[in-house]
Design a protein around this ligand. Structure first.
Ligand code: SF4
Ligand code: MG
Length: 276
């Protein structure tokens, strides 16, 4: 048991609650639990796992895990993750970002990480808003929704992260939610074990900055909304879009092509008779 884990156990013995920064009802703690359970279920040594986090509420996930962690600059988490994976392909590199981080400020990096198909897992916590910085609209804020910077409703269309990652070339693309926690465990576990680039988008409620502005009476209402307005993709016919507007969740792309780091090692072997 590491010193940090010992300290947490000691704290819990006296206080019974885990100290964290998340607001009551925030979905991010559920994603954190899912991430930890997934790594545990896979039996991965903690030293072989690297969590690279961006800026924002989602970035705080890196603080609570006893893996190798890097807290990076806003929108640039995937660039750090790319360097880490290329330098040491043996590591399981998991990049935790929010929607602002992954698809607004860092959108370009996500597109190119998917195109390169590098062996990194992107865990994108989509709460449809910039949470920590005050509730500004992001590229994931649905059209018409209220944010601090769109008080009369967002005029722009939001990104579909799944379609974007698929079109850019990712090997594994999935969408889950903080309501469907057990399903999320499976999605994250598969993503971590997939070769090449994997992305799991997670709809994760932000009751404080998004919910209140958009007439959700409570955090519970937001989880009920997720339950009612999502549909498992395996219940749909191929290519079918639900007419009632429900959002498909599940696995949208599942390929096994080699990641960039594997192709690079192959090239090294061919050119120099070396490679990891
Ligand atoms: Fe969660 Fe939103 Fe609070 Fe951030 S501001 S901790 S995303 S509820
Ligand atoms: Mg966000």
């Amino acid at each position: 048991m590491s010193d940090v884990t010992q300290l947490i156990h000691e704290y819990l013995r006296h206080n019974k609650k885990f100290p964290h920064v998340f607001c009551a009802g925030c979905g991010h703690g559920i994603v954190l639990g899912s991430l930890i359970r997934s790594v545990h279920a896979l039996g991965l040594p903690k030293d072989d796992v690297v969590v690279v986090a961006g800026i924002g509420c989602s970035g705080r996930l890196a603080v609570y895990v006893d893996f190798n962690t890097v807290h990076t600059t806003h929108g640039r988490a995937l660039t750090f993750a790319t360097g880490i994976k290329m330098a040491n392909p043996r590591l399981k590199v998991i990049c935790v970002m929010g929607d602002g981080d992954a698809m607004s400020i860092g959108g370009n990096h996500l597109i190119h990480a998917a195109r390169r198909n590098i062996g990194v897992t992107a865990l994108v916590l989509n709460n449809h808003i910039y949470g920590m910085t005050g509730g500004q609209c992001s590229s994931a804020t649905p059209q018409g929704d209220i944010s601090m910077t769109t008080p009369y409703g967002a005029l722009e269309d939001s990104f579909d992260f799944v379609e974007m990652a698929k079109a850019a070339g990712a090997n594994y693309v999935a969408r889950g939610t903080s309501f469907h926690a057990l399903m999320l465990d499976k999605l994250i576990t598969s993503a971590i074990m997939h070769p090449g680039f994997s992305m799991v988008e997670v709809f994760s409620p932000c009751p404080t900055q998004y919910g209140r502005k958009n007439k959700f009476r409570s955090a519970v209402d937001m989880y009920k909304w997720l339950k009612k307005n999502t549909v498992k993709i395996e219940t749909l016919k191929e290519g079918e879009k639900p007419e009632d507007g429900r959002i498909p969740i599940g696995v949208f792309r599942d390929r096994q092509t080699p990641g960039l780091e594997e192709r690079y090692a192959d090239m090294q072997r061919k050119l120099m008779g070396t490679g990891r």
